[in-house]
Design a protein around this ligand. Structure first.
Ligand SMILES: Nc1ncnc2c1ncn2[C@@H]1O[C@H](COP(=O)(O)OP(=O)(O)OP(=O)(O)O)[C@@H](O)[C@H]1O
Length: 124
């Protein structure tokens, strides 16, 4: 059990991998985002997006999933420090982190509509 700084990049990468694995195993919202992200990638392939549309779509998927993982990390720290007892600052911190995820998800959804609607109209 290590509590000191990582000694080399391989150790750092292994711990980052542990973090991603923990997020997928324990966070339902992260799993949900991964499913939606996979469906969006399939839809992008089906719609033959342009190179720059692919870049935007992949960036947005990465941003939403990263924000979800950051939200979960903040929740873990808050639960650790409050021992799950009520505190108005804990509420503010958790609500703001959740707000960040929602804001990004809404922006991603609107951007997705702007990208996909012309392709869908052309197809049908
Ligand atoms: N220690 C606390 N003190 C005050 N309010 C809290 C505390 N823990 C949780 N809450 C409130 O409960 C809400 C939900 O808690 P929490 O974020 O832990 O659950 P969650 O279901 O994992 O949320 P999310 O869907 O955002 O991942 C928070 O947004 C906050 O308003």
């Amino acid at each position: 059990m290590q509590t000191t700084k990582n000694k080399h990049w391989f150790q750092a990468a292994r711990h980052a991998g542990d973090g991603l694995q923990y997020a997928v195993r324990h966070e339902r919202n992260v799993r949900f985002d991964l499913v939606i992200g996979t469906l969006v990638v399939i839809a992008s392939w089906w719609c033959h997006l342009t190179r720059w549309e692919w870049v935007v779509v992949l960036l947005l998927i990465g941003l939403v999933i990263s924000a979800e993982i950051m939200n979960s990390a903040l929740e873990a720290v808050i639960d650790l420090t409050t021992n799950q007892e009520y505190h108005p600052l804990a509420k503010a911190a958790k609500d703001m982190a959740a707000g960040m995820v929602w804001l990004l998800a809404i922006v991603a959804a609107i951007s997705g509509l702007i990208i996909f609607i012309p392709h869908l109209v052309a197809k049908f």
